[in-house]
Design a protein around this ligand. Structure first.
Ligand code: DX5
Ligand code: ZN
Length: 216
């Protein structure tokens, strides 16, 4: 499986209408929304109102990555806004009860659920939850900003997740996010990624649709 998810963090917010059209006309199956709270990460982005401009003007799968310290509160806002998937951070949760609560709550609303881990977090901490998840997001930069350099030593996490999925017959999608471009994409797929998130690489392309194809 090869899915490209443009991160709108790097789009031109002065020209949202055309940015949405560009994405709609491309082979990107997902749109990736980076929600930041200025607390879990040192940056602030947007909430459900901006999200709804996209939701109301696109039929793509709406993938919401919440980098926030209060994931339950923020998840609720994006459940109401009708996200297709909500991915929260393992590191933002206080204990395993909170993780189970979030997974069960999001699923109960018929929305897909994922967990993300920062580059320094051991992928094995996710083992107890693997059977419950629709998506696992491996960060290949420190969350917070677009345009950072890819950290190659996270690639082994993809292999681990792929192996666990095969051994146990799990169903999750393996996603990687941060510093993705046409030079490292093949390695990501080889190691096990199914979905590549890309922001700055895609939005700096002259021709957005060919940029997406260069990641497929
Ligand atoms: C970073 C975000 C990423 C970011 C990727 O915290 O999660 O989705 O937008 O941007 P690039 O592709 O520029 O690294
Ligand atoms: Zn992201």
């Amino acid at each position: 499986m090869r899915i490209v998810a443009p991160s709108i963090l790097s789009c031109n917010f002065m020209d949202l209408k055309n940015e949405i059209i560009k994405i709609n006309d491309s082979k990107a199956e997902w749109i990736h929304f980076d929600v930041m709270d200025g607390h879990f990460v040192p940056n602030l982005t947007f909430g459900p109102d901006i999200f709804k401009y996209f939701k109301n003007n696109s039929n793509k799968f709406m993938d919401v990555h919440i980098m926030v310290s209060n994931p339950m509160f923020i998840a609720q806002l994006f459940i109401e806004a009708k996200a297709s998937q909500i991915v929260f951070h393992y590191e933002a949760c206080q204990n395993e009860n909170e993780i189970y609560e979030l997974i069960n709550y999001i699923k109960s609303k018929d929305i897909k659920v994922g967990i993300s881990i920062k580059p320094g977090t051991d992928v094995k901490v996710l083992k107890p939850y693997l059977n419950l998840l629709d998506n696992i997001l491996v960060m290949s930069v420190e969350p917070g900003f677009g345009g950072q350099k890819f950290i190659p030593n996270v690639l082994d996490k993809l292999s681990y997740l792929k192996e666990q999925r095969t051994i146990n017959n799990y169903n999750y999608i393996i996603q990687i996010d941060g510093g993705i471009n046409n030079e490292n994409k093949e390695l990501c797929y080889e190691k096990g990624a199914d979905c590549l998130v890309a922001g700055s690489y895609l939005f700096k392309q002259e021709d957005f649709a060919s940029g997406v194809e260069s990641l497929l």
